[in-house]
Design a protein around this ligand. Structure first.
Ligand SMILES: *Cc1c(COP(=O)(O)O)cnc(C)c1O
Length: 365
């Protein structure tokens, strides 16, 4: 190393907080040339006529100007689409990842931890770590159900500032049931966030629970319905919560192109809704087909992915064998202990699912 690099390292170690020095960055697998079934993206492209209309409409955007800081037009459409009452407000984030971060920042001074059942969405723990908060993970049962007694005990013992509940849960794909969720919200003396990233693929819908619970906010995203590249997350909550969390939002976090494209998409939302309906049909078929393969377990799913369990110690080998055949899925094994020997597969088009099934059959033989 050169002298200046040594000096840089010394400065960095002196200055950067110890927590951060220990962390590793969020890793995204290289998918070059692979069939991408690892990240719950919608595989469908826009119909050609719609795309042409969209491209034409982009001409009206002045990228030399800052975006509308309140995304007025888009927020109006979202309020209308989701029938948001006057008591509630909407906060937009650069993906719901950013909203999770803003929520954490808003309460990080409390000295109270973030709590979530686990395995769940990894960003809850990561964001706790880089906002300097403690994180408490409460294990699900072996079949990924919420362990209510354990949750209630942890809530009492830890007094969390925020509880994140992903419904359906990622990476387990299931819902935990209204009764258990209600018990948790009622027991919590902090904020409860229901993360509905996969709402489009299930009949469950917790948005109207806002009418009932003062300590609840609900989060959604456009990512899983076909607009992952836009980076648009939505936080719905009573005005008191949104007003405070909004103070932490950087003024221009939703860029002009995203505001415009999301508004455009909302005007044509039936296209995306039809696509998600098709993915729900494909999920049903894929669940059946996976059931015919020699897997240890295929977990039921209310989301656009399916988690499967392989024979003991097989995850690494099968993951690599799939990759060699051009298919990228997510290896969950090596994360949480309940996910040992598990892979997560994004539900895709009929053709792509067939490709996955063929490759998986080869990998398992
Ligand atoms: C994918 C996912 C998100 C992140 O969504 P973005 O809006 O793309 O940041 C949030 N929560 C859960 C549970 C997810 O699986």
């Amino acid at each position: 190393m050169t002298k200046i690099e040594d000096q840089v390292d010394a400065h960095v170690e002196r200055l950067v907080n110890a927590n951060l020095l220990k962390m590793s960055p969020y890793k995204v697998a290289d998918s070059t040339g692979l069939l991408k079934l690892d990240a719950m993206e919608n595989p469908f492209v826009w119909p050609e006529a719609l795309q042409a209309q969209w491209l034409e409409s982009l001409k009206s955007i002045s990228v030399n100007r800052y975006p509308d800081t309140s995304a007025t037009e888009l927020v109006l459409r979202i309020r209308d689409k989701y029938q948001i009452s006057d008591d509630c407000d909407v906060l937009l984030g650069n993906g719901s990842d950013e909203l999770i971060q803003l929520i954490a920042m808003a309460v990080s001074q409390s000295g109270r931890p973030i709590l979530a059942p686990e395995p769940s969405f990894v960003m809850y723990a990561m964001i706790a770590q880089f906002t300097g908060m403690d994180y408490v993970g409460v294990p699900l049962t072996a079949d990924f159900e919420l362990d209510l007694e354990r949750m209630l005990k942890a809530i009492e013992a830890e007094n969390p500032s925020v509880i994140f509940l992903a419904q359906p849960n990622n990476p387990t794909g299931n819902l935990w049931g209204d009764e258990k969720l209600k018990r948790i919200i009622e027991a919590a003396n902090g904020l409860v966030v229901i993360d509905e990233a996969y709402i489009a693929f299930t009949d469950a819908d917790y948005l109207h629970w806002l009418d009932e619970y003062p300590n609840l906010v609900v989060m959604r995203t456009f990512s899983k319905v076909g607009l992952a590249g836009l980076r648009l997350g939505m936080l719905f909550g009573h005005r008191g919560w949104i007003e405070q969390i909004n103070k932490l939002r950087l003024p221009y976090n939703i860029n002009s192109l995203t505001q415009h494209a999301a508004s455009f998409a909302l005007d044509h939302f039936d296209v995306f809704e039809n696509q998600t309906q098709e993915l729900c049909r494909q999920r049903k078929q894929l669940l059946q087909s996976l059931g015919n393969l020699p897997l240890v377990k295929v977990f039921p799913s209310q989301a656009n992915f399916i988690t499967v369990q392989l024979a003991k110690g097989d995850a690494e080998r099968v993951h690599n064998a799939l990759k060699e055949q051009g298919v990228l899925v997510k290896k969950l094994d090596g994360g949480h202990e309940l996910l040992a020997d598990c892979l997560r597969i994004t539900v895709s088009t009929s053709d792509e699912n067939k490709q996955l099934l063929d490759a998986l059959a080869v990998s398992l033989s």
